[in-house]
Design a binder for this molecule. Structure first.
Ligand code: XIL
Length: 333
């Protein structure tokens, strides 16, 4: 880190001064948790500097879009595993762990799935999970089996799975995933479940009930898409701790902190604080086993496309220089 910073610009000099001498080395060397990033296959293939920083800083990768149903089977029966396979191959070569994302989600779902009747849909979902989790059997540390199943008020999101298959679709999905890849840790994953609120309450109750029924669910994924436009969520540590008390692991799966543009030094400091508080909350609970960010560079982030007027949500800037948030994480473990 010293040499990298010494070669940098005035901006980096400020960062260097702000960071204590202990802030050296890749993030992964400073914690027993998995430290990961979402990765996009096309950037991995096209950009050597992107690949280099990813390889240096992280020990786990999550395919950003490459394992979504809409990517792997946009046309019924025609599979495209090219992106997923490329990331799995990269992980194999570089010794990275893989978080699979995601088997069942209402978004980025192929059109043809939406039109199916209940009985056929059930068979198709079962087949999709068997095929995808089966293809990567033994290679995926953790799967986001079901993504974003709840509304903000804690009721079930009225997805095609929920409305046609009923409440039991979640338990079924976990059983099918477990059958296909018995060693993978199986997670339910959602956003706005960082702190204590109606949505995290509902997630908690569901996990409790699934565990009681013996359903193979092993973890809760907390996306942690945060924005400086909102206050930091209440009770993150308590929330992580209550999930862990159910006997499951917890993972921070998609952390980023959006900045209302333009970026200023003050906002970068607040962003560092938000990232750091999530990091600290995870490190305060033994069973919080992973801290993954949704991409690592502002050069490639989903944020500007989806949240107009916001951006710069990652740990590294467009030129792959570490931002204050990066140093904040390295300091506290
Ligand atoms: C996002 C990707 O980053 C974008 O490239 C894509 O266009 C839309 O999906 N929650 C999730 C992720 O679980 O899969 C989403 O990823 C971001 C929100």
């Amino acid at each position: 880190m010293r040499t990298r910073l010494a070669a940098g610009t005035a901006v980096l000099l400020v960062l260097t001064l702000a960071a204590p001498a202990s802030a050296a080395g890749p993030l992964k060397h400073n914690t027993t948790r998995w430290v990961g990033s979402a990765v996009a296959a096309q950037h991995l293939a096209a950009e050597a500097d992107y690949r280099k920083v990813l390889t240096r800083e992280f020990d786990s990768v999550t395919p950003e879009n490459e394992m979504k149903w809409g990517t792997v089977e946009a046309v019924r029966g025609q599979y495209d595993w090219s992106g997923a396979d490329a990331i799995v191959a990269y992980a194999g070569k570089t010794g990275k762990s893989i978080r699979g994302h995601t088997l069942l989600w209402h978004s980025q779902l192929p059109d043809w799935v939406g039109g199916l009747e209940a009985a056929e849909l059930r068979g198709v979902v079962r087949e999709h999970i068997a095929v995808e989790a089966g293809r990567f059997r033994g290679k995926i540390r953790a799967w986001d089996v079901v993504n974003e199943a709840f509304n903000e008020d804690g009721t079930r999101r009225q997805t095609v799975f929920q409305t046609k298959l009923g409440d039991g679709y979640i338990a079924d999905a976990f059983r099918w995933a477990h059958a296909a890849d018995p060693k993978a840790k199986l997670y339910i994953n959602d956003y706005n479940v960082e702190g204590l609120n109606a949505k995290s309450d509902a997630t908690y109750e569901l996990v409790k009930s699934l565990r009681r029924q013996g359903v193979p669910i092993h973890g809760v994924g907390i996306q942690a898409h945060l924005s400086l436009m909102y206050g930091f969520p209440e009770g993150v540590r308590e929330n992580i701790a209550r999930f862990a008390a159910l006997g499951v692991d917890v993972a921070i799966t998609e952390a980023d902190v959006r900045i209302p543009l333009p970026v200023t030094p003050e906002k970068l400091a607040s962003q560092a604080d938000y990232f750091g508080r999530v990091w600290d909350a995870c490190h305060a609970v033994k069973r919080c086993v992973e801290f993954t960010t949704w991409g690592f560079t502002d050069r490639h982030s989903w944020v500007p496309d989806v949240f107009p007027g916001e951006g710069a949500a990652c740990l590294f800037d467009e030129n792959l220089r570490p931002k204050p948030a990066y140093h904040r994480l390295n300091r506290h473990r």
